[in-house]
Design a protein around this ligand. Structure first.
Ligand SMILES: Nc1ncnc2c1ncn2[C@@H]1O[C@H](COP(=O)(O)OP(=O)(O)OP(=O)(O)O)[C@@H](O)[C@H]1O
Length: 796
């Protein structure tokens, strides 16, 4: 039945068998698992007899981890190979860690084999065990408990959720729970680990909700590092085939920076003494010495009597075979690296083994005061948690190496937050190697590296746009279309924008130095973009003669904005207006003041200029009385002013805000934020100005009325109602909807010729109550009589 591991067998001490101490012999072979049949037999006995290590301390997996393991165990996911990639990646991480520590403490690596930073794979066909060992940092008992089971990683639940919708286990490494993929192929797993600060321990689990940890007194001492033993499921026996393992390692571990060995068998041709009738070599073949009589006879006949007679036979030998060549791709000249190699390298960095290529990459060598090599990638998709806790997370996806030695992948100082979506690495020759991470973080070269990385990153992104035929104007299109990989590049920048556009916007907000470069990368829809994305440069190229400002409007959706009264006259006069519909756009526009000497103008704010119109002044003058009167009529609300509008066509009036206050859209966004500060809201709220349309019949009529009688009650009511309606249409949230509603009802009354004094009928409360009661009783009675069940009454 294979090895069993039960949760604590209560009181059944007889079942508990301590594994026998494995003899010295095991220590002599490189890996604890010997090909020697005696040892194999003993090992196998000890495992199959063992149901529970009596010394083992039992733990339950954290509920989320248990759920994850359940999903993995029962998964029908066909690509089970991924477990190997995850284990090798963990081994490589552990080696990176010890190598990093050894930079400041040489002793830490130890001597002899211990100091070899390598990964070893062994197959034990007899016991159906695949084992992967590294001489990395290892895990203490506490680490084992924490890392492999009790503390769910932040990614666990996210991954479980993702699995339930996509079923794609391939992503497991990206969620930081890759280890558990071992249960795709194994039903019992042992993790033997030795950390410099602790004794050697064994973690074991059959993924049945529990695991056990014992101090390891029977396996070969590892010296330092971790060995994972997978007791393979029956249907996963293919992972005991050497050829398969070699292929997988080669495929998945091309970019692992440590040598990976397999304890491989080799058919070799060896020269052995020829058969007795041919052989004449006494010294070299002691076994054949007993038959020397006949040899002598032959020897005398043979002319080459000095040459020993041998034959070639095939023999199986075992040895460590190196599977990868550890050549860092970034050290090669970019010209020599193929597109396929970059793609594979990206996949290994991203722990993303789908088919998608990165959108773009940049591989360069920086020279001068600060020397470094770097490879940057734009991933095909944004990671699942890119904007979650954007300001608090310390996550950067750049790996930092110093002279080929991996230092850290949590180095915030290399790229600003808004470029966190990039993946890649930096290998610097200038940074010092033997200092602590804290010291490195303060090193002056980092600033230079960061500056150059940002430039290169922005160039790379710009290139995505430059190479996209959809991006170019018709004139340029012809040239671009000639290029070969055109189809692939088509629409690429739109894809980039949909995935990472928010990051570019955050960049504009946060990075004043590169604001203009980033603004070039900005895309949006506009009144003239025809459902596609357009850029500021394209906007400028379409500007009307005499147009000074770049017009935009903010709101919650394009559909809503398209109908906005603010656009009426602009559209009629053929001005282009940008739609900004992402909440971040409001913040963005507080930082993006101008572009190429053109100012930005929110068309729902004060200050809109549409070229000089000689009639403007005249109109303003002729409506002076009305605007003045209207302002007084609105003294109940904080209306700053009433003015003649230059932006309206069909709508009688709109409410605009002051230039530096919040727009209506921003007010809405701020109100929807749970923790927003009410006092700040009042302070930041833009001043409101009612703008009236001098060509509109209602406005013209009002003017006539108030000239005749400034106290006209009907006019006053209309002025108020129009203002409130304009607030709504302009995107504000009414502070007193009740008042607005009752005015509307009054108007409805008037239009239906109902007397303004008509009142609502009084309810006759006493009777209503009595009636309800009696109805209720009737209903109860009828249920009771139908079902004959007393309980029905309770239910009712
Ligand atoms: N060979 C190993 N040596 C030392 N520690 C290890 C080893 N394998 C796993 N660990 C520890 O267990 C943790 C959990 O591993 P797991 O593979 O689930 O997640 P991860 O390595 O953090 O992320 P990923 O799945 O992306 O590799 C690791 O973070 C590491 O601390």
């Amino acid at each position: 039945e294979g090895p069993r591991f039960h949760a604590k067998a209560d009181g059944d001490a007889d079942e508990v068998v301590d594994p026998p101490k494995v003899e010295e012999k095991i220590g002599a072979v490189p890996h604890g698992l010997s090909t020697d049949s005696d040892v194999v037999k003993r090992e196998s006995e000890s495992i199959s007899k063992r149901s529970l290590r009596s010394s083992g301390e039992k733990f339950e997996f954290q509920a989320e981890v248990s759920r994850l393991m359940d999903i993995i165990i029962n998964s029908l996911y066909s690509n089970k190979d991924i477990f190997l990639r995850e284990l090798i990646s963990n081994a490589s991480d552990a080696l990176d860690k010890i190598r990093f520590l050894s930079l400041t403490d040489k002793e830490i690596l130890g001597e002899g084999d211990n100091s070899k930073l390598e990964i070893q794979i062994k197959l034990d066909k007899a016991n159906k065990i695949l084992s992967i060992r590294d001489r990395g940092i290892g895990m203490t008992k506490e680490d084992l408990i924490k890392n492999l089971g009790t503390i769910a990683k932040s990614g666990t639940s996210a991954f479980v959720e993702k699995m339930q919708t996509s079923g794609d286990l391939n992503l497991i490494g990206q969620f930081g729970v890759g280890f558990y993929s071992v249960y795709l192929v194994a039903d019992y797993v042992e993790v033997i680990s030795k950390h410099n600060d602790d004794k050697q321990h064994v973690w074991e689990s059959k993924a049945d909700g529990a695991f056990a940890i014992s101090e390891d007194t029977w396996n070969e001492p590892l010296g330092r590092g971790t060995e994972i033993r997978l007791h393979l499921r029956d249907e996963a026996q293919e992972y005991l085939e050497e050829g398969k393992l070699k292929d997988l390692v080669k495929r998945y571990s091309e970019f692992i920076n440590f040598p990976i060995y397999i304890w491989g068998s080799k058919e070799v041709e060896v020269e052995v003494p020829a058969d007795e009738d041919e052989s004449n070599d006494e010294e070299e073949s002691p076994e054949s010495s007993s038959e020397e009589g006949e040899d002598d006879a032959e020897k005398s006949e043979d002319e080459d009597s000095d040459k020993p007679k041998t034959k070639k036979v095939k023999e199986t030998t075992y040895d460590w075979e190196l599977l990868n060549d550890v050549k860092a791709i970034w050290l090669r000249s970019p010209k020599e690296v193929t597109e396929e190699e970059y793609t594979k390298f990206y996949h290994s960095l991203a722990k993303d083994f789908g088919d998608e290529k990165p959108m773009s990459w940049s591989h360069f060598n920086a020279e001068g005061d600060v020397e470094f090599k770097a490879v940057l990638f734009v991933p095909p998709k944004a990671p699942h948690d890119l904007y979650e806790s954007y300001y608090n997370s310390k996550k950067s996806n750049l790996k930092l190496y110093v002279r080929r030695v991996f230092i850290s992948d949590e180095f915030d100082e290399l790229l600003p937050k808004y470029l966190n979506f990039l993946l890649g690495l930096v290998d610097s020759d200038t940074l010092p190697l033997n200092v602590s991470r804290e010291m490195l973080q303060q090193h002056s070269s980092l600033k230079t590296i960061k500056k150059k990385l940002i430039r290169k990153a922005l160039d790379m992104i710009r290139k995505i746009a430059d190479e996209d035929p959809d991006e170019s104007s018709d004139k340029e299109k012809k040239d671009v279309e000639k290029s070969s990989d055109n189809d692939e590049k088509k629409g690429q920048y739109t894809r980039f924008w949909n995935e990472f556009g928010k990051s570019i916007k955050l960049g504009i907000i946060e990075d004043a130095t590169n604001r203009n470069r980033l603004a070039k990368l900005l895309r949006f829809e506009s009144t003239k973009s025809d459902g596609k994305l357009t850029s500021l440069d394209q906007y400028i190229s379409r500007m009307k003669s005499g147009q000074k400002d770049i017009f935009y409007i903010t709101g919650s959706s394009k559909e809503q904005l398209e109908k906005s009264p603010f656009l009426e006259r602009l559209k009629k006069k053929n001005y282009e207006v940008i739609f900004f519909t992402d909440p971040v756009d409001e913040y963005l526009m507080q930082y993006l003041m101008d572009y190429e000497d053109k100012k930005f103008q929110n068309v729902s704010k004060e200050g809109l200029k549409l070229g000089k119109d000689s009639k403007d002044k005249e109109l303003k003058e002729s409506f002076k009385d009305l605007t003045k009167w209207w302002k007084t009529a609105l003294s109940f609300d904080n209306v700053d002013d009433v003015k003649v509008s230059n932006r309206l066509d069909n709508t009688p009036c709109v409410v605009v805000t002051s230039k530096y206050g919040w727009s209506a859209n921003m007010e809405r966004i701020m109100q929807s934020q749970t923790l927003s500060d009410a006092s700040k809201q009042a302070y930041m709220r833009g001043k409101r100005v009612l703008e009236i349309n001098p060509r509109h019949p209602i406005v013209k009529d009002l003017r006539e009325r108030i000239v005749k009688d400034p106290e006209d009650e009907g006019a006053k009511q209309a002025a108020k109602l129009m203002y409130q309606t304009a607030l709504l249409e302009s995107g504000f949230i009414l502070s007193d909807p009740k008042d607005f509603a009752s005015q509307i009802y009054d108007t409805v009354k008037t239009s239906l010729n109902i007397s303004p004094d008509a009142t609502v009928d009084e309810e006759e409360e006493a009777e209503v109550e009595a009636e309800t009661e009696s109805k209720g009783t009737e209903a109860e009675e009828s249920i009771k009589s139908e079902t004959g069940d007393e309980a029905a009454k309770d239910e009712l």
